[in-house]
Design a protein around this ligand. Structure first.
Ligand code: PMP
Length: 424
């Protein structure tokens, strides 16, 4: 806002002047970045930061294989999506080899929001019902329909009547049974309100809810429950997809759940904007019979080239395995810290997606969390916050993180916790 702009650096003032109220920047004193490589970003003053926040450049910032694929393809052909181009179908074949066999139609989009918007519309077309169940602090994107299922984005007025939110497992409901009971009650509520149950939309790692790896397999039971009521299960893989959770390529697969629709985005092009929605051909046909669907840029040849390079790098460099091994190493390092740093109240996660709760006297402490984030920044490490109270550190480094970089993080966190403990 104007008061923030007044004291800000010229580059920040320019940004605020250009983007206005929609400008979202990290830190009270935002960083001007100029380049990045692997897990490291470099600012305008030449300072390097270990990037523990960014799950977009998931195979590593400016990975040479992705850069080359994009450059080669844009030099050869890029066009709207009304032509047959082999590189696009080569990519879709490779992507589908990673997906459940019944989800054999893939619609490519440019953002996760578009993919989720399409998923919700398909669920309505297939079920003939209007209602959605989501989790308490979920975020699924920025279209009108998708903002309505994103409680964390709704600043005023609460959820629309066709949406009911339930706590993620591990938060208010400690057990799988509690989660399933809440889901059943939410579906009954949608029926009572006259909307009926169209779909349960969930991020299998519950990123904005504070990262909950959940009781193993509980999502499979949740999906069964939803289908028993005639609804669809939509797995939003924008955050956990592409190997991040280590145990499986997709977040839903870690739970052995079978979705009706999968959406994906962020890490898919390692920074090249691309996203997608996969579903059964009959579901897509039911939707397209009503309105059709066309996306000018979604699935363009350059996006396909970027996506194909990302899949190859994940495979060639064993990045899903690295997420598992280095993630476990990181998790145990932070757990060891928690024993000596009382403001760390819980540590959880899967692969290289880890949540660290910050609190005092048994309560989450968002102010202290922000101080930890600032203290980490001054030690050259970038992290963010998540969760209903904004009191969970969200750790999501590129999947190429090394053991040494994980150790560097743990040392910095120990030091930062020491600094904030003195102020607390
Ligand atoms: N789903 C989830 C779980 C997300 O985290 C996000 C983005 N933060 C989206 C969907 C929306 O993706 P996009 O910003 O690409 O529209």
């Amino acid at each position: 806002d104007a008061s923030a702009a007044a004291g800000a650096a010229p580059a920040v003032r320019r940004r605020l002047g250009n983007l206005g109220a929609a400008s979202v920047l990290f830190y009270r004193d935002p960083i001007e970045m100029v380049s990045a490589s692997g897990c490291w970003m470099t600012d305008v003053a030449g300072r390097r930061y270990l990037d523990f926040y960014n799950n977009v450049p998931s195979v590593g910032h400016s990975h040479p294989a992705v850069v080359r694929a994009v450059a080669d393809q844009i030099a050869r052909l890029n066009t709207n999506t009304r032509y047959v181009v082999a590189v696009v179908d080569d990519y879709l074949d490779a992507l589908k080899a990673r997906l459940p066999a019944d989800l054999s139609n893939v619609v490519m989009t440019c953002s996760g929001s578009e993919a989720n918007d399409l998923a919700l519309r398909i669920a309505r077309a297939v079920t003939g019902r209007q209602g959605f169940v989501v989790t308490t602090n979920a975020y699924h994107g920025n279209t009108d329909l998708v903002t309505g299922v994103s409680p964390s984005a709704l600043k005023r007025g609460g959820l629309p009547a066709h949406v009911v939110a339930i706590a993620p497992p591990g938060a208010a409901t400690d057990t799988e049974a509690g989660f399933l009971a809440a889901l059943a009650a939410a579906m009954a509520e949608l029926e009572a309100r006259g909307f009926g149950m169209a779909a349960f939309l969930c991020d299998a790692i519950f990123s904005s809810d504070g990262i909950h790896d959940g009781p193993p397999g509980f999502l499979a039971r949740a999906a069964d429950l939803v289908r028993a009521r005639g609804g669809l299960f939509i797995a939003d893989e924008v955050q956990p997809g592409f190997g991040r959770t280590g145990a499986a390529f997709w977040g839903f697969a870690r739970h052995g759940a079978a979705p009706d629709i999968v959406t994906m985005g962020k890490p898919m092009g390692n920074g090249f904007p691309m996203a997608a929605m996969a579903t059964r051909p009959d579901h897509l046909a039911a939707f397209c019979a009503d309105t059709g669907y066309f996306n000018t840029f979604g699935g363009n040849p350059v996006a396909a080239a970027a996506g194909a390079a990302v899949l190859r790098v994940i495979e060639d460099e064993g990045l899903q395995h690295n997420a598992s091994v280095t993630g476990t190493h990181l998790l145990s390092g932070i757990r060891a810290l928690a024993a000596t740093r009382p403001h760390i109240t819980a540590v959880r996660g899967a692969g290289l997606f880890i949540g660290v709760d910050i609190g005092r006297e048994g309560a989450p402490d968002p102010g202290l969390t922000l101080r930890v984030i600032d203290a980490m920044r001054s030690r050259g490490v970038l992290i963010g916050a998540a969760g209903l109270h904004g009191a969970t550190l969200k750790l999501r480094p590129p999947l190429c993180l090394t053991r040494d970089e994980a150790d560097l993080f743990v040392t910095a966190l120990d030091d930062a916790m020491g600094e904030v403990a003195q102020q607390a």
